[in-house]
Design a binder for this molecule. Structure first.
Ligand SMILES: [Zn+2]
Length: 114
């Protein structure tokens, strides 16, 4: 199933550009002009992560890892950027061919504590 990008005024929260909830990618209308191919690739990486983890376990893990990273860094923004799903997405978002060669569960390589 292909993902569908939905432009709207509600999801995600103000201050965020886009959010993937497979099979949908929500983009705020106010940020639509910033939703470029790199941003889309970032969200498509999350779509792949969610699909392989059957969505709900992804969301639980995402929240749990954010909490762990928040304890680790004591900074919500730093915690967010260091969630392994985000590390994988940010590290590879500019490589538009990444998803073509990505191995399943590649995000686990980004779990390391640094
Ligand atoms: Zn992300």
């Amino acid at each position: 199933m292909k993902t569908k990008v939905i432009f709207n005024d509600i999801i995600p929260f103000r201050g965020f550009l886009a959010m993937c909830l497979w099979p949908f990618i929500f983009v705020r209308n106010s940020a639509a002009s910033h939703y470029n191919t790199v941003a889309n690739n970032h969200e498509q990486i999350h779509a792949r992560q969610q699909k392989e983890m059957l969505i709900l376990p992804f969301l639980i893990w995402y929240g749990f890892e954010w909490l762990c990273r928040f304890v680790q860094y004591r900074n919500s923004n730093k915690a967010y950027h260091n969630i392994s799903f985000e590390r994988e997405a940010y590290a590879n978002e500019k490589d538009l061919a990444y998803l073509g060669s990505r191995k399943p569960y590649a995000w686990t390589k980004y779990l390391r504590i640094k």
